[in-house]
Design a protein. Structure first.
Length: 135
């Protein structure tokens, strides 16, 4: 979702007003980026709430950027290896999956794919986890 605005604070206030007007709860914000007069939001919520939210924000200053995505995460015990994102993306691409977004933290790496690719992405990550490491 993108919001034309002068600042992140203004964009979030516009979204807040729209959510209240439609009696919707705030989705969980995963990431925000403010550039060139536009606040872009990435959020997580149920499929039903995504549908209701997108129906509530159909006119300017709001703009839908893409169809909803689903997240698949690989959670690690401690810091993950620096090469892991490249390895994950290579395995997914071999199976015809090209994530639209990725996010990483000290203990996880997440890919965001089309809903119909979720099961395949999970299978790919399971294969990666259970494959033998380099000798």
């Amino acid at each position: 979702l993108a919001i034309a605005c002068a600042s992140s604070a203004e964009g979030l206030a516009l979204l807040d007003a729209q959510l209240k007007a439609h009696q919707l709860a705030w989705p969980q914000l995963l990431a925000t980026v403010f550039e060139e007069g536009q606040l872009r939001l990435m959020f997580s919520t149920s499929a039903e709430q995504v549908k209701a939210l997108l129906q509530a924000v159909t006119e300017p200053p709001f703009k839908h950027l893409r169809d909803p995505l689903v997240g698949v995460s690989l959670t690690c015990n401690g810091l993950y290896a620096s090469h892991l994102p490249q390895q994950i993306l290579s395995v997914l691409l071999k199976h015809g999956i090209n994530p639209a977004k990725t996010m990483s933290s000290g203990t996880s790496f997440s890919v965001f794919v089309k809903p119909n690719e979720k099961a395949s992405a999970i299978q790919c990550l399971h294969q990666l986890i259970h494959s033998p490491g380099p000798s």
